[in-house]
Ligand binder design. Structure first.
Ligand SMILES: [Zn+2]
Ligand SMILES: [Zn+2]
Length: 186
């Protein structure tokens, strides 16, 4: 487990604590890179990570790979599952890794006990993985915006073909489908 030590230190700073999620997420990311023939110290500019959860493990993916949302290297699919896919845009290869065990160390165990708990388990004990095909549309790829249109309802810019056509009008999704927010006052 000494191999994980530098990542555990980074994770503790970035995430705020060491939990099973950090240990699992670090190992998941290291395995994902290994399956793609990559290493954390490589230039990972062609790596895209698909997160199926926004819980603890998600932060560990950043700690190992340095991938960020703002560089379009993180795609969130809120399935509520402790799983991630790792796509190498250069080779086109992708692997999905999911946690298959429900075993967890007792909640609130000190850090070294949690580390020791997972140290006893191999990747094969913890994870299930398989090669998958992932297609990214041009509006989801890294690089400059592929389109900019103006929503006919709110007048705000919509980038990267995220607009929808409703009743013959170009609209943002918030105007067409309802937003997660509700304006107050004014
Ligand atoms: Zn956590
Ligand atoms: Zn709009």
């Amino acid at each position: 487990m000494s191999l994980l030590q530098p990542y555990l230190e980074k994770a503790e700073k970035y995430h705020g604590h060491i939990c099973s999620g950090q240990i699992l997420g670090i190992r998941m990311a290291l395995l994902g890179l290994k399956l793609l023939g990559l290493k954390p110290e490589d230039d990972l500019r062609d790596l895209v990570v698909f997160l199926e959860t926004d819980r603890c493990v998600a932060d560990a993916a950043y700690v190992v790979t340095g991938i960020t949302v703002g560089r379009r290297r993180v795609k969130m699919h809120s399935y509520g599952k402790t799983a991630m896919s790792f796509l190498d845009l250069k080779s086109g290869k992708a692997y999905r890794i999911a946690v298959k065990t429900s075993d967890r160390p007792p909640h609130g165990d000190p850090k070294d006990k949690q580390v020791a708990f997972w140290e006893k388990r191999t990747d094969e004990d913890i994870f299930a993985w398989q090669e998958v095909a992932v297609t990214l549309s041009d509006g989801d790829l890294p690089g400059p915006p592929v389109s900019v249109v103006v929503c006919s309802v709110c007048g705000e810019d919509v980038l990267d073909r995220k607009e929808v056509l409703k009743d013959g009008q170009v609209m943002c999704r918030a105007c067409a489908e309802g937003a997660y927010y509700r304006p107050i006052g004014a």
